[in-house]
Design a protein around this ligand. Structure first.
Ligand code: PRP
Length: 180
């Protein structure tokens, strides 16, 4: 897999240090609150596994899975939830965890569902990567690991065609692999 990577954008060590910082901040910010972490499948699971182990306060864990229909690169992209959290979120402080904030459609839609339909008291968001140059809807994440440029990144949960999620770092994929 390493041979498909043009360059490493965020090394394993930097990810580990940043995740520890974010976990410490989250633990301080949510002290005394009913925290439920909701992770987005599939890409968010690697970041999730690390960040929850750096959170030192009691918390619940659940999952959601969003799907987009239509061309997600245009305004017609429509995100629906195909897996909905199973636990009762009513009155809970939810922290939505995902690997990357790109156009913003996924986080905007899922956040709205968790508050409007499932009754969460509050939804904040935590992403490892923020690709602000790609934003189409006005969403910001409350906790961000790294701002990244507009390049095709894989690894640490992020895929191309469902591959590369298991790379332990964030890498830039060689263009010939996705432009075929
Ligand atoms: C990716 C990523 C985010 C979303 C971000 O998920 O994991 O959930 O896109 O994009 P947006 O800000 O433009 O909505 P994807 O739909 O590729 O599914 P995956 O997590 O299963 O890879």
């Amino acid at each position: 897999m390493d041979q498909d990577i043009e360059r490493v954008l965020v090394h394993e060590r930097r990810i580990r240090d940043r995740v520890a910082e974010l976990g410490a901040r989250i633990s301080r910010d949510y002290a005394g609150k009913d925290l439920t972490v909701v992770a987005l499948l599939k890409g968010g699971v690697v970041f999730l596994a690390d960040i929850i182990r750096s959170i030192s306060i009691p918390m619940d864990l659940d999952f959601a899975w969003a799907s987009s229909y239509g061309d997600r690169t245009t305004s017609s992209g429509n995100v629906v939830l195909k897996v909905v959290p199973d636990t009762n979120l009513r009155g809970r402080h939810v922290l939505l965890v995902d690997d990357i904030l790109d156009t913003g459609r996924t986080l905007a839609r899922v956040s709205a569902e968790l508050t409007d339909r499932l009754g969460a008291a509050e939804v904040k968001t935590c992403v490892l990567l923020d690709k602000a140059a790609r934003r189409e809807v006005p969403v910001h994440a409350d906790y961000v690991g790294f701002e990244v440029e507009n390049v095709f990144v894989v690894g640490y949960g992020l895929d191309f065609d469902d591959r590369y999620r298991n790379l332990p770092y964030i890498g830039v994929l060689k263009p010939h692999l996705y432009s075929k």
